[in-house]
Structures are given as structure tokens and as C-alpha cells.
Design a protein around this ligand. Structure first.
Ligand SMILES: NC(=O)c1ccc[n+]([C@@H]2O[C@H](COP(=O)([O-])OP(=O)(O)OC[C@H]3O[C@@H](n4cnc5c(N)ncnc54)[C@H](O)[C@@H]3O)[C@@H](O)[C@H]2O)c1
Ligand SMILES: [Fe+2]
Length: 354
């Protein structure tokens, strides 16, 4: 069976296109309605905040992403919006990195679906369309702008709300918004994209659809991280989009599986966690890891080391369980026989090196 998957229907791309957000939203405004802008608090008081096209009863909700988004945080934001507004907003507009985009998607879904965000972690559990939602990245690499998931940490698991309803209705890709991202963060999130491409292209699930997007994305990553281009932010923004499109029709692999283990037990953020894991995966992705190290050297990036040293036996075992629970990622990496190839001992050995 082939997947019949939905994609984001409306995309605007180009330097300065943020200025068109007011016009884009105008089509969606109802009489007496309002838009809620979910803004990464890193932008609080910065010029971008002043450019948000507020009208009528529109509101800005500042969100903090020092921790990756939790289901309890989504529930609290939804309650806050319900209290603030007499009826559903006309739209939710997320402005920030992958975490903020995920928060915006989840809030839009939970405004129309009853219960807690935790009830919908899984595949296709959402039954009612979300309110209209717009994603505006200010950091590029995760592919969250194009994906059909919002990754959340719940009481029991770290798992996305995966559904066709999760997709944004509109994305606004303005490369000017990437200015001012700290170098390390730019690198880690950019490498998330590079790793998506390597894992997709080298995976057993690869097909011409994913290859077409993955090859273009990895080419753009090479231009961004190994060459000098004045329009590198434009390139990275498109690399992220294409990388997301590539994995949408294939899968990620060993690096993402292991990094989920790091993240669940140690709270390590996605981009940096992928870098820590990838640096130990020569045996799976020799060419990709060698090129990744060239990129690190060129940008003078020093990764944290030995992050799993000092963990208890129980914590290590839970980390292994989380990583090996992601069966499709391992099957993509190693084929249908992956369980024989990736034993608990081998996974633990890899994590111990990180
Ligand atoms: N939905 C998906 O498909 C998907 C895919 C991969 C990762 N994710 C999620 O995305 C998150 C990671 O996203 P990320 O790597 O983009 O980082 P992020 O959103 O966690 O942001 C990282 C840091 O960069 C800051 N930042 C963002 N934009 C900035 C700007 N323009 N200038 C200065 N600072 C800025 C943020 O405030 C934060 O401190 C994780 O929560 C992960 O689970 C989602
Ligand atoms: Fe990723």
C-alpha cells in the first residue's frame, strides 16, 4: 500500500515576504474575530514583534522553548486562549523555531478537539480539523514547517500528534527572519536537516520521490555548511523544506532513534542530540559522518561529550528501550532483519560512546 499523504497547501517564499502576512490573514478574518500569534519569547521586544500585523482583538502569546514542548504546556495555552476569547480564534500563527511551530500546530488542534494533547499522541487520532494555522519559521532545519506531526513530550511518552490535520494551512518562508540566530543553534538545527537527508537517502525505504527531495536538500546543505554564499539563509530554508518532504515519504534512521533516547532520559534538545548521536555512527553512515565532521570543523563547533557517563543501569536500559521502540526507523536503517542486527547490547554500546 502506498501512502496518500497531504502537504501544506499554501506557501509564500522570499526575502521580506513577512510583510505580506497581514494580507494573507485578511482573507481568513471574520467579523469580530481575532488571530492569536504564538511567538517564541526570544523575539520579545525585538523588531520582529513590532512587525506582527495586529488587528482588533488579536493577541500575542509569548512561549518559552527552553524545554521541548510538553502536552501539559499545550493544555495550559489552550485554556488560556479559551479564557481570553469569547469564541474560537480565526487562526493561530506560530512564529519561531521547530518547537514554537509544533506548539502552534498542537494548540490549533486542541482548540477543536476535546481533552488533553496527550490523548492524541500517536497516529491519526485527531478527528476534527484544527482552526486555521500558519507557520513562520525563524530557525531552519527541522522540517516542522512541512511535516504532519507535532512532537510532544507527554506523561508517558515523547511522541508526535501525527495526522493530516496537523499540517499548517499556510507557511511563510522569509529567509530574513533567520538573521540573529546564534551560530551553535544555527548549526545544530541545520544538521538536523542534513541528517534527515543522509538517513532518508541511505535508508532501505528510499524511493524516487524521497530521493528527488533528499538529493536537492543535501546539495543545499553542502552549499550552506561547506561553502560561502550571501544567500545561505535562503538555501537553508529551502533545504529544511525539501528535507522534510524527503522524510515524509521515507523515514529517518538510527541517529534519530538513538537521539530520541538521549532526549527522553537526559532532556537533550533535538538538534544537538542528533549531532551527538550522529558523530558516533560511522558504521552506518560513513560518508555522511565524515562530511558532518568537516562541517563541524569549518564552523568550529565543539560537541558535548560523554553525556551518558554516570547514568544508572536502569536509565541506560530505559534509553535503549526508547531507542529500539522506534521500529520503522531501524527497519529503514537496517532492513527487515533489524532486530537481529541491532541487539540491546549493541544499542547500549552506541549510547555509551555518546
Ligand atoms: N514537527 C516536526 O516535524 C519536527 C521535526 C523535528 C524536530 N521537531 C521539534 O523541533 C524542536 C527543535 O526545533 P529547533 O531546532 O528549530 O529549535 P527550537 O525551536 O527549540 O529553538 C532553539 C533555540 O533557538 C531560539 N531561536 C529561534 N529562532 C531564533 C532566532 N531567529 N534568533 C535567535 N534565536 C532563535 C529559540 O528561542 C530557542 O532558544 C524540538 O522540540 C523537536 O522535537 C519537530
Ligand atoms: Fe530531526
Amino acid at each position: 500500500m502506498y501512502r496518500n499523504f497531504a502537504i501544506v497547501p499554501r506557501i509564500i517564499f522570499g526575502r521580506g515576504c513577512f510583510a505580506q502576512v497581514d494580507d494573507i490573514l485578511a482573507e481568513r478574518r471574520s467579523d469580530g474575530g481575532s488571530m492569536v500569534f504564538i511567538l517564541d519569547d526570544v523575539h520579545r521586544g525585538r523588531p520582529l514583534e513590532g512587525r506582527i500585523p495586529l488587528r482588533g482583538d488579536d493577541a500575542i502569546l509569548h512561549v518559552n522553548v527552553n524545554d521541548e514542548p510538553k502536552t501539559s504546556y499545550i493544555d495550559a495555552l489552550v485554556a488560556q486562549i479559551r479564557e481570553m476569547l469569547p469564541r474560537l480564534p480565526d487562526g493561530i500563527v506560530g512564529i519561531g523555531g521547530g518547537a514554537t511551530l509544533d506548539i502552534a500546530k498542537a494548540v490549533a488542534l486542541l482548540l477543536t478537539n476535546p481533552g488533553s494533547a496527550a490523548d492524541y499522541q500517536g497516529w491519526d487520532l485527531i478527528k476534527t480539523p484544527a482552526v486555521y494555522k500558519v507557520g513562520i519559521p525563524t530557525l531552519s532545519g527541522t522540517g516542522a514547517e512541512i511535516s504532519r506531526t507535532t512532537v510532544l513530550t507527554g506523561p508517558q511518552k515523547k511522541l508526535g500528534i501525527n495526522s493530516d490535520f496537523t499540517l499548517f494551512d499556510q507557511i511563510v518562508l522569509d529567509p530574513e527572519l533567520l538573521a540573529g540566530v546564534p551560530k551553535d543553534q544555527w548549526f545544530y538545527t541545520g544538521m538536523d536537516c542534513y541528517i534527515h537527508d543522509v538517513e532518508s537517502l541511505q535508508g532501505t525505504y528510499i524511493n524516487e520521490f524521497s530521493k528527488s527531495y533528499g538529493e536537492k536538500s543535501i546539495d543545499l546543505c553542502r552549499q550552506v555548511f561547506l561553502e560561502d554564499h550571501p544567500d545561505k539563509d535562503d538555501k537553508l530554508m529551502m533545504a529544511s523544506y525539501f528535507g522534510g518532504m524527503s522524510i515524509a515519504y521515507s523515514q529517518v534512521g538510527a541517529c534519530h532513534a538513538l537521539s530520541y533516547g538521549l532526549s527522553f532520559i537526559l532532556g537533550i534538545h533535538h538538534g544537538i542530540g542528533c549531532c551527538i548521536a550522529f558523530d558516533q555512527l560511522d558504521e552506518f553512515y560513513p560518508d555522511g559522518v565524515a562530511e558532518f565532521r568537516q562541517m563541524m570543523a569549518r564552523h568550529d563547533i565543539a560537541l558535548p561529550r560523554q553525556v551518558t557517563v554516570g547514568l544508572s543501569d536502569d536509565e541506560m536500559e530505559r534509553m535503549v528501550t526508547v531507542a529500539l521502540g522506534l521500529a520503522p526507523l531501524w527497519e529503514n536503517c537496517l532492513g527487515p532483519d533489524w532486530q537481529r542486527l541491532m541487539t540491546r547490547e549493541r544499542a547500549r554500546g552506541l549510547l555509551q560512546r555518546m
